[in-house]
Design a protein around this ligand. Sequence first.
Ligand SMILES: *[C@@H]1O[C@H](CO)[C@@H](O)[C@H](O)[C@H]1NC(C)=O
Ligand SMILES: *[C@@H]1O[C@H](CO)[C@@H](O)[C@H](O)[C@H]1NC(C)=O
Ligand SMILES: *[C@@H]1O[C@H](CO)[C@@H](O)[C@H](O)[C@H]1NC(C)=O
Length: 425
Amino acid sequence: MKTMNINTITLIITTAFLVLLSCLERCSATRGHSWRKLKATSSTFNVLDFGAKGDGHSDDTKAFEDAWAAACKMEASTMVVPSGSVFLVKPISFSGPNCEPNIVFQLDGKIIAPTSPSAWGSGTLQWLEFTKLNKITIKGKGVIDGQGSVWWNDSEKLPKTKPTALRFYGSDGVSVSGITIQNSQQTHLKFDSCTNVQVFDITTSSPGDSPNTDGIHLQNSQDVVISGSTLSCGDDCVSIQTGCSNILVHNVNCGPGHGISIGSLGKENTKACVSNVTVRDVTLQNTLTGVRIKTWQGGSGSVQNIMFSNIQVSDVKTPIMIDQFYCDGGKCRNVTSAVAVSSIHYTNVHGTYTKEPIYFACSDSLPCKGITLDTIKLESSQNSNVPFCWKAYGELKTEIVPPVDCLQRGNPSSGGITSNKESSC
Ligand SMILES: *[C@@H]1O[C@H](CO)[C@@H](O)[C@H](O)[C@H]1NC(C)=O
Ligand SMILES: *[C@@H]1O[C@H](CO)[C@@H](O)[C@H](O)[C@H]1NC(C)=O
Ligand SMILES: *[C@@H]1O[C@H](CO)[C@@H](O)[C@H](O)[C@H]1NC(C)=O
């Protein structure tokens, strides 16, 4: 017992000595360095120190690239975009995968997109991109402005492909908070193939008539929480696409916009899988829909285990909607295959609508099943359209206002998710 204690003490002393020695070496090594070098060993990289002008006219792209290159090399570094300046930045990729983890992009200033066609070449899918990073945070009080109005009118001079303003791809541990993204050319904020995503306290802002300006768009991403945010735009406030599961959206305000949507899914006969989505404590004003699931005919796969609760709507055209006949422009033939829709729960949906309170249009061959409605009260000052259902099956947990007589009780006698191999995800 005693010898072990002495050995342990010896080990501690030796270790402490070695640590001290290596520290002394490092300290003396830095002594001879210039101020500039010393600065580079600190972990903060301000774009102004890399030549950014921040005057709203000069091209600051190179300064951003250089600041990123430096930040990328150091674990837990911070790239700073300071307040009080406006930075014009061309399409740029803040790219891993060879970056150290835990980088913070501290955005307190304003970043604006170029509006001249020459800056966009033949077109690009995104303006500001973060890819293949392990733990990346964007935070601050800053603004990202896509200056999208020049794109919204389909100017002939600009490329056909409209960019997403801010996109994350292939990253794990993404956090976006505090910032405002406005006047996006197309989608404001997109996550593709990301895991463990946190979005909170952000604002997206574009006019209600700006085309395809989704607020937040999720695709092939898992374990995502979006909360405490105000989303106004010209398309879906939140759009949840194929490959998404374990998604929580809560304490979000939407409007103007098209509502909170799962889909559209299954376009051009594709397979789509979405599961485990909860949308709760959400308010929507003057939106096209409230909470919606939309799928194209001809698709396969499934949407299942979806919970919408504590949804407050005001002057929403159609607060509750499932549309398995989604057809955005053009003509769509009726076909038998469909993305199966099951286990969809609505609890505590209140407020006012302008067109119809509830609209469930489900596939003839794959009816919707497991729809539950619990404590719903929707009113309209303009009309008294009754809920619409087609091939929709489920259960009323309470009395619903207005009454939903069209929902068929129980399960469909044939069809439905269990009999369709294509629907397995
Ligand atoms: C786009 O069109 C709208 C409506 O026609 C107009 O009010 C707006 O000024 C146009 N914007 C640009 C940048 O041309
Ligand atoms: C969805 O949730 C269920 C129950 O919590 C879980 O068993 C399942 O693995 C989840 N699905 C996905 C795709 O994560
Ligand atoms: C497609 O099917 C739906 C539901 O059965 C029906 O209401 C609609 O008229 C059909 N459309 C065409 C073009 O046949």
